[in-house]
Design a protein around this ligand. Structure first.
Ligand SMILES: *Cc1c(COP(=O)(O)O)cnc(C)c1O
Length: 428
C-alpha cells in the first residue's frame, strides 16, 4: 500500500486489495489444507523453494492478509499472527534464543511474560536479567553478558504503566550486537511506532486493543527487517547457518533481512510448536483493526479525563497515567506517545487492599475482569489476581503495589464513567 497514506487509512484498507468482482471484506479461508495437482508441486513448498499454502498450521491466507495489515501499521517488512499474545512473545524470543542464552528484560512487563522468562524459559536453559525501566545507562550496560541474545520491554507496561525509553534500550541492545523486542500491545501502532525509535521486532497481544471488543484471543509478531543478523553469524547461527530440517536452507540468504526472521518463526516454530490463530479469529481481529485509530483516540481521551478526576479526589492516594502532567513518565510519554497514553489508568484507593476491593464492587459500569483494553470498561486488583505469584519485592520491581487498581477505561461516555467512579468512591 502507498506509504504516504495516513495510519487511519491503513487501518481500514491495508493488507487486502480485492480484484474485480471479489468480496469487499476479507474472505475467511476456513480450510486446514490446500490442493495441488502433483506431489512435485507440493514438494517444492516443503523445501521452501516455492511459496504457497499447504497446511494452515504453517500459513493461512486469511491470517496472512491480517498479518500484512499489521506489518504495514507498524512499518515492518514482515509479520505473522499467533494464537495468543503469550505465543507471540514466546516465538519472538525463542526464534533467536535457546538453551545457554541470556535475555535482558525490563522488570516492568506483563505478569505472563515475566513468568514466561522467569519460569518456563528458565526451564529451557534461558536466563533473564531484569532491569528497572528507568535504570541508568551503566545499570543497563552491566546487565549484558557474552551470551545475551536480545533485549525485551513493553512500550506501556501492563499493569505498571511505565513508559519504556525505547531509544535508550535500543541503543544499549545495538551496542551489544543484539536486537530489541518491544511488546507494543497497550500503545498499538496508533499511539507509538517502536520501530521508528530503534526497536527491531514488535510483538502484540491482539487480544487487547487491536481486537478491541473482548472477542478473540490472538498475537502478532512484526519484524522491522533492520537488524543485520549476518553481522553476528555466530551469535545468530540459527538464522545465518543452514537449517537441516529444510535441506540446508539458510534463512538470511534465501529470504534476506526483510524476511529471514519471520520466515524462520513460521516454517520452523509454527511447524514444530503449532500455535496458530484461527482464520475466523483473524477475520474478527481485522474488524477491530478497521476502527483502531478511532477507538484509540477515544480510549485515550476518556482515560485522561478519568485520570484527572481521580487526581482531584481526596479518596485516591495516587494516580499513574503517563498522559497526566506531573506523572513520572510524562516527558517520556510526550516523546513516545504524543497522541495519547491509551485507556488504562492505575491508582491506589486510600485504605489499601480492602478499600480497593470495596470500591471495585460498587462500580456498575466497569466490571471486575482480568481483561483490559476493550470497548467495555473493566477493572482489576493485580496483587490478588494476575500477579499473585510474585512476592512483595518482585511486585515492587514490577511497579505493582498491593493497593493498585487497574482501570481499563472503555468507550462508554466519559461523563458516565466518572459519575460511576464518583458514586463508588463516595460509598467508602
Ligand atoms: C495480555 C498481554 C499479553 C499476553 O497476551 P494474551 O493474548 O493474553 O496471550 C502479553 N503482553 C501484554 C503487554 C499483554 O497485555
Amino acid at each position: 500500500m502507498n506509504n504516504n497514506l495516513s495510519i487511519g487509512t491503513k487501518c481500514v484498507q491495508a493488507g487486502y486489495k480485492p480484484g474485480n468482482g471479489e468480496p469487499r471484506q476479507i474472505p475467511i479461508i476456513q480450510s486446514t489444507t490446500f490442493k495441488y495437482d502433483t506431489g512435485d508441486d507440493m514438494g517444492k513448498l516443503f523445501d521452501l523453494e516455492a511459496s504457497g499454502y499447504f497446511y494452515s498450521r504453517l500459513q493461512n491466507p486469511t491470517c496472512d492478509t491480517v498479518a500484512a495489515k499489521i506489518a504495514e501499521l507498524e512499518g515492518g517488512t514482515a509479520a505473522m499472527l499467533t494464537g495468543s499474545g503469550q505465543s507471540a512473545n514466546f516465538f519472538a524470543l525463542f526464534n533467536i534464543v535457546g538453551c545457554g542464552d541470556h535475555v535482558v528484560a525490563s522488570s516492568a512487563i506483563y505478569g505472563g511474560t515475566y513468568n514466561l522468562l522467569a519460569v518456563t524459559m528458565k526451564r529451557m536453559g534461558v536466563e533473564a536479567t531484569f532491569v528497572a525501566p528507568d535504570c541508568t545507562d551503566q545499570e543497563l550496560n552491566d546487565a549484558f553478558r557474552d551470551n545475551t541474545k536480545c533485549v525485551f520491554g513493553e512500550t506501556i507496561a501492563n499493569p505498571a504503566l511505565r513508559v519504556l525509553d525505547i531509544a535508550k534500550f535500543a541503543d544499549a541492545a545495538h551496542a551489544h550486537g543484539v536486537p530489541l523486542i518491544v511488546d507494543n500491545t497497550f500503545a498499538t501502532p496508533i499511539l507509538c511506532h517502536p520501530i521508528e525509535f530503534g526497536a527491531d521486532i514488535v510483538t502484540h497481544s491482539t487480544t487487547k486493543y487491536m481486537d478491541g471488543h473482548g472477542a478473540t484471543l490472538g498475537g502478532a509478531i512484526v519484524d522491522s527487517g533492520n537488524f543485520d543478523w549476518t553481522k553476528y553469524p555466530e551469535k545468530f547461527a540459527c538464522l545465518c547457518e543452514p537449517d537441516e530440517s529444510y535441506h540446508g536452507v539458510t534463512y538470511t540468504e534465501r529470504f534476506g533481512l526483510a524476511g529471514a526472521y519471520i520466515t524462520k518463526a513460521t516454517v520452523q516454530l509454527m511447524r514444530d510448536l503449532g500455535s496458530v490463530q484461527a482464520p475466523i479469529n483473524a477475520f474478527m481481529l481485522n474488524l477491530g483493526l478497521e476502527s483502531l485509530h478511532v477507538r484509540m483516540q477515544r480510549h485515550s481521551e476518556n482515560a485522561l479525563a478519568v485520570a484527572k478526576y481521580l487526581k482531584s479526589s481526596d479518596k485516591i492516594a495516587w494516580v499513574k497515567y503517563s498522559g497526566l502532567e506531573g506523572d513520572e513518565d510524562y516527558e517520556l510519554a510526550r516523546r513516545y506517545l504524543p497522541d495519547g497514553s491509551c485507556g488504562v489508568v492505575s491508582f491506589g484507593v486510600k485504605g489499601g487492599r480492602a478499600a480497593a476491593e470495596k470500591f471495585m464492587q460498587m462500580l456498575t459500569i466497569a466490571a471486575i475482569e482480568t481483561h483490559v483494553a476493550d470497548a467495555h470498561s473493566c477493572c482489576l486488583h493485580p496483587a490478588s489476581t494476575t500477579h499473585r505469584q510474585m512476592n512483595d519485592e518482585e511486585l515492587a520491581a514490577a511497579g505493582v503495589s498491593s493497593d493498585l487498581v487497574r482501570l481499563s477505561v472503555g468507550l462508554e461516555d466519559a461523563k458516565d464513567i466518572i459519575a460511576d467512579i464518583d458514586n463508588a468512591l463516595s460509598a467508602l
